[in-house]
Ligand binder design. Structure first.
Ligand code: SF4
Length: 343
């Protein structure tokens, strides 16, 4: 998957609703210069052309392109940008906070237009604006498209349970027959989570994962609607934009990032508006030093060379990280510049 940042701004940072948002501080330099808030269609065109000429990126794009930010729907050119990236993949989706106050808003109209062009809209659930803003529009989105991913960012297991309840109530109000599998999945999620909370309220992450067991996070409905739910623990992020090594729900555990690039496989490539690339979801908050090149300014040859060099650095850094964790030195940075929790 290519995760492409198309917008630096987000209405939720402006309202200070997302205290721990992991992209706010890394995107701040772009926010300070209004000129770079929105990706332009010209930049998207340059990126698409370059992606086409670099086989590993072209293959990732074919699988899926995720347009994100900041709040992607705030980009006034987003429909044009969608069309440009659609030439690389049939699977282009846009991630939104759906914190939109009316159907008359330009942001909503852009989302509708993208669904008409067969793009898919996915959301992060925000309980503070669920009733007033997200719920009415999500009811419309699930009629406009045949699938949905919902991200739940949770600060504690109780918080996660509340968010699951919100989704259960929502799907109970929809065309029941169509969404029975979604309700079954959410019901099972709720039951397992509740059991863990009751039996082990201070549980560590492994206990939580054991409690969830082999439960899949997606399901298909009659008629082909595919629903997926991603539960993502939230993190403290310091004012410099660097993320804590432990997550808020599991403060006793180091959060290890299994880096696929270290294993020679790139599954995600994150591309910032500036063209900078990281083979994971790092937008600067993890502080990964090995560089994978700049999509806008480096030639395909230079980019491929950087892929190779950086992968070697990561492999050697990850081995040192594992050693540090065994020897009570977790958290120490190694000279390769791999964040101390990446293995
Ligand atoms: S080493 Fe860590 S931060 Fe760097 S690319 Fe891998 S997972 Fe991302």
């Amino acid at each position: 998957m290519l995760s492409i940042f198309v917008e630096a701004s987000c209405n939720r940072y402006v309202r200070d609703e997302c205290r721990f948002c992991h992209v706010y501080a890394p995107l701040k330099p772009l926010l300070e210069s209004r000129e770079y808030w929105h990706m332009t269609p010209d930049t998207a065109g340059l990126m698409a052309e370059k992606i086409r000429s670099i086989v590993p990126l072209k293959d990732l794009a074919k699988k899926e392109i995720n347009l994100t930010g900041g709040e992607a729907s705030q980009n006034p050119h987003i429909v044009e940008i969608y069309k440009i990236f659609r030439t690389l993949s049939h699977n282009v989706r846009l991630h939104t906070n759906l914190d939109i106050n009316s159907e008359k808003s330009n942001r909503w109209e852009r989302l509708v237009e993208i669904t008409r062009l067969r793009g898919r809209i996915d959301i992060t659930l925000y309980p503070t604006v669920w009733e007033s803003r997200q719920r009415p529009l999500l009811g419309k989105i699930i009629k406009l498209q045949n699938g949905l991913i919902v991200n739940l960012i949770y600060e504690s297991l109780e918080d996660l349970l509340k968010q699951i309840n919100i989704l259960v109530d929502f799907f109970n109000e929809q065309e029941r027959q169509k969404f029975i599998p979604v309700l079954e999945l959410l019901g099972e999620f709720h039951a397992r989570l509740k059991k863990t909370i009751v039996e082990n309220p201070q549980c560590r992450e492994d206990d939580f994962l054991d409690g969830m067991g082999d439960l899949e996070n997606y399901v298909s409905c009659p008629g082909g609607f595919v629903f997926a739910v991603n539960a993502i623990p939230s993190f403290h992020v310091n004012p410099e934009g660097i993320r804590d090594m432990t997550s808020l729900p599991f403060p006793k555990d180091i959060y290890k990032v299994e880096c696929t690039a270290i294993r020679g496989v790139i599954e995600i490539m994150t591309i910032l508006q500036t063209g900078e690339m990281t083979p994971c979801c790092d937008v600067g908050n993890l502080g990964c030093k090995p560089k994978f090149g700049n999509l806008l300014t480096d030639s395909p040859e230079v980019i491929l060379q950087k892929f190779g060099e950086s992968q070697k650095l990561m492999t050697s850094g990850a081995l040192k990280n594992l050693k540090n964790m065994k020897n009570d030195k977790a958290g120490e940075w190694v000279e390769e510049g791999i964040p101390p929790f990446c293995v």
